[in-house]
Design a binder for this molecule. Structure first.
Ligand code: GLA
Ligand code: ZN
Length: 666
């Protein structure tokens, strides 16, 4: 599989000429403006089904032919979308089964988008037809560069077709043996012994919503629905355009289905990035965004991804849609590239004149000309991106990893107990990620079943559920020399949410960590745990594991709770490796101190050796070193050696980074 598809960073975004079909002079103006904005790509056709197939079986590709040719004439790469994200009214009117049924059991009426059944044979057939037509028509078009399949797949459907498919799927998984299901779902509880698969249905507010195993099964099923829907979509594309890469755009920490699984089916991972850059703590926003980039980059073992959407100014869907100042968008785009993006793309090229998103930021405003702040900022960024060919296709190989697993996030959401509002799994993972990120140490963010053998350090926060084989994998990893870090609630349940018996963490993990967790305490909202480690006091929140020490050496102890004096931080040597158990939900300071110690011990190289001021981070990708200022203040930096500014050619050692500024060095 290729690592890059174009020699330049893709710069462009969602382009909806189909909304301007009556004012075609705008199309020519768009071409002129795209050239001026240093845009080299356009994503076309996402929501154009009602124009392309105005009546069942009647196709109108004239407009698309014209726009593809225009884009080609202006040297733009076309990312062509399949239109399944929103269907034409005639389709819903004629075949109501294509519309989604909500959890309430009510079928939706025609409206909005993403409002389709994922099982409906009619919908799959209709999508298959339009996709085939598109592939047939444009397979040889020189502008066709990539397929953008649907748009932000999401949601679920509870119709009878989906229920039936769910039951069939359960049957298959449990060898058509309802007793197997009863055992896995612990059917003895609340008299839930099923006698037939026909008694199973999706989790519902007014039905079954207290069986965690059902919730996990449903999420796996919804994943399966999305993947099989997607596979149906790409069949004609693969057949007719085997050399054109396929992607589908994802949304940050969206967990209704398993992105890590879906990513295996795409040629390139892409995601839509909308951080709230104007929020008070810009550094935390930058960390969260970096974390997301690294999740998507890690899906394909470091292969570059596309940032398929971002906004050049504001969104329209927050409560307050505050304008970011100039420079922020450029910094955010450079951050994406630094973390492995081979594209900087927008929603949207031009603001729509009407409809729900007419006030969403765009490169071209309703005003329509190039002398706006946003347009000028975009063009300036476009010029910078043109100088980053060296970045394209380069992978980062990290020696550290944080495990952050979609399936585990479902399990954490599904249990009842402990502190019920302390289950922000992604935030827990991000806290450990930050310990590496702030120190400019490259880090991957991987699912739990990924091969860990290449990593020197693996942090596995809140690894509550273990998929089959993961216990053994973690044992092997440490045995062979790895360093593993765990936090409260590790190794509690199996993939079906059955608790492991014989003490937590599961099975041999007790030997790996050299401790057993006997009880887990939950703290009140404002309560803090207190821990003494290495002569320093630290505070934690939410949860504390009360550990029974085994072979592990206690390095830190609780100073709070009835378990004061019991181990809060332990280290166990196991085989050639070591395993740390942090029995409290530590804050940034403890995580930073512990990680720094291990990073030094294991000799992990940060991307930069010079000490950077707070709020300034560095990231190396290929030969280029990116230094980014998220502190909202001007910062002076002093580098450990002379570098060349890749964009200006100037040699620098000491530099002033303006507010929202960045440097790309070589
Ligand atoms: C998503 C969608 C776009 C648009 C933007 C608005 O990412 O894919 O079509 O609605 O949100 O931010
Ligand atoms: Zn359905």
């Amino acid at each position: 599989m290729k690592d890059s598809y174009y020699e330049h960073i893709i710069h462009g975004g969602d382009y909806n000429p189909d909304q301007w079909i009556d004012t075609k002079e705008i199309w020519d103006e768009d071409m002129r403006l795209m050239d001026l904005a240093h845009v080299n790509s356009a994503t076309v056709g996402i929501f154009s089904w009602s124009l392309t197939e105005p009546e069942e079986g009647v196709f109108n590709f004239g407009w698309l032919d014209e726009i593809m040719d225009k884009l080609q004439a202006h040297g733009k790469k076309v990312i062509l979308a399949t239109p399944s994200g929103a269907r034409p009214p005639w389709l819903a009117e004629k075949y109501p089964e294509v519309l989604r049924v909500e959890e309430s059991g009510m079928r939706n009426e025609f409206g909005v988008r993403h409002n389709h059944c994922l099982t409906s044979p009619v919908y799959r057939e209709k999508v298959g037809i339009i996709n085939r037509k598109l592939a047939e028509r444009y397979k040889s078009h020189p502008a066709l560069f990539m397929w953008h399949v649907s748009n932000e797949y999401s949601g679920e459907c509870h119709c009878e077709l989906c229920q039936q498919a769910f039951r069939e799927w359960r049957k298959k998984e449990y060898d058509n043996d309802i007793e197997k299901l009863n055992f896995k779902w612990w059917g003895g509880f609340w008299s839930h012994r099923y006698t037939s698969f026909s008694q199973i249905s999706s989790p519902k507010f007014r039905g079954e919503n207290h069986v965690p195993a059902l919730k996990l099964a449903w999420r796996r099923f919804v994943t399966d629905r999305h993947i099989s829907f997607y596979e149906n979509e790409i069949k004609p594309l693969r057949e007719l355009t085997p050399d054109i890469p396929v992607t589908t755009n994802m949304m940050r920490f969206y967990t209704a289905f398993d992105y890590q699984k879906m990513s295996e089916k795409t040629d390139i991972v892409s995601w839509d990035n909308y951080p709230e850059w104007t929020a008070p703590d810009m550094l935390s926003v930058a960390c969260e965004t970096a974390f997301a980039h690294d999740i998507f980059r890690s899906m394909k073992n470091g292969k570059p991804f596309y940032m398929m959407e971002s906004t050049p100014s504001v969104v329209n869907w927050r409560t307050e849609n505050k304008l970011p100042e100039s420079g922020v968008h450029e910094l955010a785009a450079i951050q994406a590239v630094a973390h492995g993006a081979d594209s900087v793309q927008y929603f949207q090229w031009r603001k729509s004149r009407g409809g729900h998103e007419k006030f969403h930021g765009a490169v071209v405003d309703h005003y329509g000309k190039e002398d706006t702040r946003v347009f000028k900022d975009t063009a300036k960024l476009g010029e910078a991106l043109e100088k980053l060919d060296k970045a394209v296709g380069t992978r980062t190989k990290a020696k550290a990893a944080v495990i952050c697993d979609w399936e585990n996030s479902w399990a954490v959401e599904a249990y009842c107990g402990y502190r019920r509002d302390a289950r922000d799994y992604f935030r827990s993972c991000q806290r450990w990620y930050r310990g590496f990120w702030e120190r400019s140490v490259p880090v991957d963010v991987v699912p739990m079943d990924r091969d860990l053998s290449g990593y020197d350090i693996v942090a596995a926060p809140y690894l509550y559920m273990l998929k089959d084989g993961v216990e053994e994998k973690l044992c092997e990893y440490v045995e062979n020399g790895g360093t593993l870090i765990a936090t409260p609630l590790t190794g509690i349940v199996d993939r079906d949410d059955l608790c492991f018996l014989g003490g937590f963490p599961a099975g041999r993990l007790k030997d790996v960590f050299g401790v057993m967790c006997e009880e887990t305490d939950s703290l009140y909202k404002d309560e803090e745990s207190k821990v003494l480690y290495n002569g320093k006091e630290y505070f934690g929140r939410d949860l504390c594991d009360v550990l029974r020490p085994g072979t592990a050496k206690t390095e830190g102890t609780f100073l709070s709770g009835f378990y004061a004096g019991s181990p809060a931080v332990t280290r166990n040597v196991f085989g050639k490796g070591q395993a740390f158990y942090t029995a409290f939900c530590a804050g940034d300071d403890f995580i930073a101190d512990l990680l720094l110690r291990i990073i030094k011990e294991k000799g992990l190289e940060p991307d930069i050796n010079a000490a950077l001021p707070k709020g300034v981070t560095a990231r190396k990708r290929g030969e280029l070193l990116y230094i980014m200022n998220f502190s909202r203040e001007e910062q002076k930096i002093s580098l450990e050696k002379e570098y060349t500014n890749h964009l200006t050619g100037e040699v620098i050692k000491d530099a002033v980074l303006p507010k929202n500024g960045y440097l790309i060095l070589i």
